[in-house]
Write a protein that binds this ligand. Sequence first.
Ligand SMILES: NC(=O)c1ccc[n+]([C@@H]2O[C@H](COP(=O)([O-])OP(=O)(O)OC[C@H]3O[C@@H](n4cnc5c(N)ncnc54)[C@H](O)[C@@H]3O)[C@@H](O)[C@H]2O)c1
Length: 345
Amino acid sequence: MKQLRIGIIGVGGIATGRHIPAFLKLAETVKITAVSDINHERAQQTADQFDIPFVFNQFEDMFPEVDAVVICTPNKFHAEITIAALEAGLHVFCEKPMAMSADEAGRMMEAAKRSGKKLAIGFHYRFMKEARAAKKLMMENEIGQPLVVRIQALRRRKVPGWGVFTNKELQGGGSLIDYGCHLLDLALWLIGNPEPVEVSGTAYNTLSRQPDAVNMWGSFDHEIFEVDDHVTSYIKFENNVSLLLETSWAANVEDDKEMLSISGEKGGMEVFPFRVNYAKHGMLFNSSAAFLPGEEDYGLEQARNFAEACRGEAELLVQPEEAYQVSKIIEAIYKSSETKSSVKF
Ligand SMILES: NC(=O)c1ccc[n+]([C@@H]2O[C@H](COP(=O)([O-])OP(=O)(O)OC[C@H]3O[C@@H](n4cnc5c(N)ncnc54)[C@H](O)[C@@H]3O)[C@@H](O)[C@H]2O)c1
């Protein structure tokens, strides 16, 4: 079988830590042929480390050498590079969040439709065993119509102090666009992507602007900290589902907490760890799974899904239209916080 030739654009933490090792495990069907980074030294080092033949300064220069690209740059460049690659006839895997704004995400989605090529977005939580199990039960109507969804994606004093995570111009925001986006995407997928009708939210960055704030994940300049480190939101959908979201890089909580629960008309579920609860025969039950099918390595599963989709052997698990909705809601949360009023669609 002809190998799918992949090029990696932006070879920082996520490219070298997750994507390159994952695609290397698929060596029978995939070959990483090129890397590109504005930091040429880093690109060359990565090529040497992983035995990748071509190194380019300009991302466009790799296009003739590849069938697909994996975009791992700061968020600001996701739209530009994705659209250029799709227009050059390549498949694209773009890291999350899809883009900095709904407009950019919409243009990426349209470019994918026009090109007929695949566009995957790196919402890797969907590939976790717990998420697959939750989706299966939702499809089986195990808890009935979902009513209330709760998300807490909270880190205690862990602002990522490396790279450009606190740079608003390059990333578009902080804890919500970087971390909360994963659980928001997962929740929307689990409840079948209903249309949002109204969004309200509040974004804070009080804590990280304090000169002496304790931070467990590196350091940053509190004087120019301009992104959100804690966000709350209420999202109402056309089918009357409500979603309560709280996400933070730097909460004053006892411990980190990652929680997604869905309360439905017949029962409820928690995704992490995976549990189901329901009422039956006049009794209340809580059950946990003794075995969940699937692979532990969700990074590998994500890479495999992309490679198979490029070959026409599988559907992408994360579709551009779904990732666009995440960007639309995130933008609305930020707008609601700025304007101190809800955003209606
Ligand atoms: N799925 C996840 O959980 C997850 C985790 C971490 C990061 N990410 C996403 O991956 C992306 C990169 O994050 P990271 O942690 O690897 O950042 P990073 O700072 O470690 O790496 C980014 C790399 O991109 C390069 N770069 C910057 N602008 C470029 C351009 N225009 N063209 C080519 N290269 C360019 C930089 O030199 C750097 O090497 C971000 O969008 C981030 O949100 C996703």
